[in-house]
Ligand binder design. Structure first.
Ligand SMILES: [Mg+2]
Length: 176
């Protein structure tokens, strides 16, 4: 079984945020200039702006509009043909479950399971459907992982002992 992250591993996510930040929030930052995983810091957003930005980037039309990362569909398709069990594991809000599956299907990305894990401690533990990191860490059968969050990559490698390929931007999308 292989662990595959969704945003900025399968979908070209952050490059899309650059246009939204510029057009809707007046924050003109080049994608190549982004150095932080922290979107609030990257786009120089106030707390209030960040709340609006976070809502905006998780709306269906935005999520469905992401292009696949260049080479991602071919790679996962090849893994699938080789018999790997593809487990897509995202830290997106639990509310994005259905639209995320729709995006994977729309882009013909093979997967056997799809799990929302509270990677960043954002979810309300009482009410959220997301799996906690602690629950997730009991899953011991991954052969390797692909992740672009440094903190999550460290968690996978050190806590779960999974060989992890860390992806760093800038990423090219499939077509633009
Ligand atoms: Mg990611």
């Amino acid at each position: 079984m292989v662990y595959v992250d969704l945003d900025d591993v399968l979908s070209a996510t952050t490059s899309t945020y650059v246009d939204i930040a510029a057009q809707e929030f007046g924050k003109k930052i080049d994608y190549e200039e982004l150095r932080s995983f922290d979107l609030k810091a990257s786009f120089h957003l106030t707390e209030r702006e960040y709340v609006d930005f976070f809502d905006r980037i998780h709306q269906t039309e935005i999520l469905m509009g992401f292009l696949p990362v260049k080479g991602a569909v071919d790679t996962v398709t090849k893994w699938n043909e080789e018999g790997w069990h593809i487990a897509v594991v995202t830290g997106r809000p639990a509310s994005t479950y259905d639209v995320s599956l729709e995006w994977l299907n729309q882009n013909a990305i093979p997967y056997h399971s799809f799990t929302i894990v509270d990677k960043y401690g954002r979810e309300n533990k009482e009410t959220s459907d997301a799996v906690t990191l602690e629950e997730f860490s009991k899953n011991g059968s991954f052969s390797f992982a692909v992740e672009d969050s440094w903190n999550m990559a460290v968690f996978l490698a050190e806590t779960m002992d999974i060989p992890c390929r860390f992806i760093q931007p800038p990423l090219e999308s499939e077509k633009s």
